[in-house]
Design a protein around this ligand. Sequence first.
Ligand SMILES: C[S@@+](CC[C@H](N)C(=O)[O-])C[C@H]1O[C@@H](n2cnc3c(N)ncnc32)[C@H](O)[C@@H]1O
Length: 219
Amino acid sequence: MPDESVDLIITDPPYRTTARGNAGNSGGMLQKDINRKGQVFQHNDVDCTKYAPEFYRILKNSGHCYVMTNHVNLIHILNVFTKTGFHFIKSLIWNKGNKIMGQYYMSQFEYILFFRKGKGVKINNCGTSDILSVPNIKTKGADGNNLHDTEKPIELMQILVENSSHENEIVLDPFVGVGSTALAAARTGRKFIGYELDEKYYEIACQRVDQEIWETELF
Ligand SMILES: C[S@@+](CC[C@H](N)C(=O)[O-])C[C@H]1O[C@@H](n2cnc3c(N)ncnc32)[C@H](O)[C@@H]1O
């Protein structure tokens, strides 16, 4: 992708979880759902040292960048992103509502690390709290299983999209999953670029975006 070609990056990157006991609250996953290699889905071996410099290169000056993570990966991501040149604005909290059992308090939230490149530009709705309480409800497929085990709510992504971009601007999510950020962009009149390695998730994301656009045009 060309330098300075996107207005906003919002992503929920894959990360390895430890195989022996510490899921680090991986998207609210129970330990039984994490396989022996510490994976919740097939592709989760990309380190942020690979993508942080690319994010910085392709984001426009003054653009915002949101990265979702858990406490296990927090320090590494903060170190790498700030070394890359990003300015760390603050961490938002996604209050998921549901709680996952653990030895050191039950887990109920995830971090959304909020960075900017270059000059600071305020968000569009400064009245938004930095604690975002959006229920963690996953979409089920026809077989009754989750479409994606770490799917994020569209409403959550929509808050970030609306606060850090304008209509017709380009939003990027390089780890699309089943397309929550893409749907939030479609709902709010933004353009969207996304990447997803797993063909199954890619197909689901495309179908969901097509459906969203069809419904928007119809009503
Ligand atoms: C945490 S999930 C994102 C879920 C997404 N936020 C949603 O709501 O559906 C991360 C996704 O990144 C994908 N992924 C892993 N490595 C990738 C890569 N190198 N390029 C693109 N996608 C990748 C995984 O297949 C997985 O679906």
